[in-house]
Design a protein around this ligand. Sequence first.
Ligand code: PLP
Length: 351
Amino acid sequence: MKETEIIDLRSDTVTLPTDEMLEAIRHANLGDDVFGEDPTVNQLQEMAAQRMDKEAALLVPSGTQANLVSVMSNTERGELVFLESQSHIYWYEAGGISSIAGLLPWPIKSETGAIDPYDLEAAVRPRNVHFPEPTLVCIENTHNRHGGTIMKPVQIESISQVAKEHGLKVHMDGARIFNAAIGLGVDVKEFTRHVDSLMFCLSKGLSCPIGSLVVGSREFIEKARRVRKVLGGGMRQAGVIAAPGIVALEKMVDRLREDHENARFLAEKIAKLDGIRLNLKNVQTNMVSFELDPAKTTDDIFLKELKENGVLALAQSKNKIRFVTHYGICREDVEKTASVVESVMSKKFLA
Ligand SMILES: Cc1ncc(COP(=O)(O)O)c(C=O)c1O
């Protein structure tokens, strides 16, 4: 039962914890996690490592910190990191990769979010006194700015092969890696086997209030624990964050399918409308990204009209809009959204 009339499709980060999560927080066994003594954190970290088929995992407060900790634990200052040009690390993490990690980000453009191995090969320059040492490639799965697109395991394998040939490590920003796994109908391990490290978020489609996990080898996680401390992310009774995370891994992964079906439903409805440019091939998980015809409307007007009708969305760039489905959104909500979009687009407000 919905508590509010607002249909909030801005992001899956707006999800609220389930009753079971709140109960789990209340009853969590706690200890001091900086001493490694919080049993609930330890349990979640073991579960995460096992689920991703890696040796160890580390709980951190946010996805942004998870990426920064991972990047810093894979590199030394002054080195070069290849990443996709629309990646979250490059766009939305306040430049921490440069200002804090001291690295040179080297963006590579792609069609739908997956770096082409040939483009990576072409970007790697010979080791030479003029060039910063390249040491890491970051990939993103699913890809946020490309509308929740999936980088397939075979694509990760090809990138990883090129990376290995050049002595580079691969880190995956897997904030929504379970969406990728559910979207393709394969085990999440298929996505993790060809990367050295990854992070995933509990606080997006999995509905937790806080938390992300960094995952990799034991040695990498030991280093990451120290980097997390440097960044102020060492937490004490962090079992209150881990407890809902355990519920999320046990109960909230399979239901992501419902979010994907709702996104698909909405996309198919609005793709037909005049003034909306939407490529249905790119609607692969819980996001619906599309462009507005500038001759018809602008993102400001569109978002305002939607809001007046009880629907919230975000503009990702000029005239590029994104809807994200999640645990708080049911089929009725996407049906209503589709009809609101249809009525807004039928107006001639810019003519
Ligand atoms: C792909 C991706 N990576 C990282 C993050 C950062 O997560 P947080 O908002 O928890 O810092 C996000 C957040 O939306 C994301 O979409």
